[in-house]
Design a protein. Structure first.
Length: 312
């Protein structure tokens, strides 16, 4: 089944699940510890391949989380949506509430937020909440949008399970409502990090629509830094033309991004082939470790919240 088909499926009513999975004793991690664990590379490889597959199948949808500003806006909207779903007394998704949610990151103005909501409403990713005052327009995510981000969280959990075998993904398949609790916790932890500037080696890529996918391609299959003996780590990466076709962009756009990374001394080609710098790979591992550490924390807290909600 393709990712698109999976996202389009009708999602079962989560509260109708009669037998929840037992609490799994899943550990939480600090990013610096996680990045040094032997199986962390398995986690990254799994996540890389899964996300690259999604980008190939869902080029239009992925652009809403592919650069940092859109990532912040989209996940800010999801925070409000899922929080309101769990507790209707919390603020719903409106332009004003979304700006308040993301303001600390410094990545969006009130006008940017308003235009973003109009755009994703036109694309069918959100819809008006019924029976709300039209002067203060409130929205909810469509079922398709919910499912797409459940898949995103499941990929993160599946990667962590390769590190420690804790079977988090099994728990969410048995009780998907855990993911509803998990998303706001995860996204708010990530928002704190996104308020700080990204590492200079990664900034040219993670601030553009297709850059993160190119970064994933650059680092896919590359081993641990402990196996690298110099400042150049040789990689196997497709041509700019192949990547442009895969991600629905122009070859010139891919070339411009690669040139920015090359100009900073973090990418190049010599007689041995293409290479990335040790600095870029180190920064990428640390950046990813933060995401997975937050995933571990958010899952543990969400599982407790879900258990308390089911057995008050």
């Amino acid at each position: 089944m393709t990712i698109m088909a999976e996202c389009s499926r009708t999602h079962a009513a989560e509260d109708d699940i009669r037998t929840a999975a037992p609490l799994c004793d899943a550990p939480t991690y600090r990013a610096d510890i996680l990045a040094t664990m032997p199986k962390f590379m398995d986690c990254l490889t799994f996540s890389n391949q899964a996300l690259l597959t999604i980008h190939k199948q869902m080029q239009r949808e992925v652009r809403y989380v592919a650069d940092m500003r859109r990532w912040v806006l989209t996940h800010g909207a999801l925070i409000l949506h899922f929080s309101y779903q769990l507790d209707p007394t919390t603020p719903p998704l409106t332009a004003t509430n979304l700006y308040r949610e993301v303001e600390a990151t410094g990545m969006a103005s009130p006008n940017t937020v308003t235009n973003f909501l109009k755009e994703i409403e036109n694309l069918g990713y959100i819809e008006p909440l019924p029976d709300r005052n039209r002067r203060n327009r409130a929205y909810r995510m469509t079922e398709f949008s919910e499912r797409m981000f459940y898949i995103y969280l499941d990929i993160n959990l599946g990667g962590l399970d390769l590190v420690d075998g804790a079977r988090r993904a099994d728990a969410t398949r048995a009780d998907p409502k855990i993911l509803t609790h998990m998303h706001p916790i995860f996204a708010r932890l990530m928002m704190i990090d996104h308020a700080a500037p990204p590492p200079p080696s990664l900034a040219p890529l993670i601030n553009t629509t297709i850059g993160i996918s190119i970064l994933n391609e650059m680092t896919s299959g590359v081993g641990s830094l402990s196996n690298a003996h110099d400042d150049r780590i040789y990689i196997s990466m497709d041509s700019g033309s192949a990547m442009a076709q895969r991600y629905g962009t122009s070859r010139a756009n891919v070339a411009r991004l690669l040139l920015k990374v090359q100009s900073a001394g973090n990418f190049g080609k010599d007689e041995k082939g293409q290479w990335i710098s040790r600095t870029l790979l180190h920064d990428y591992h640390c950046w990813q470790a933060i995401k997975f550490a937050h995933t571990s924390t958010a899952f543990a807290q969400a599982q407790k919240e879900r258990s308390q909600a089911r057995h008050p």
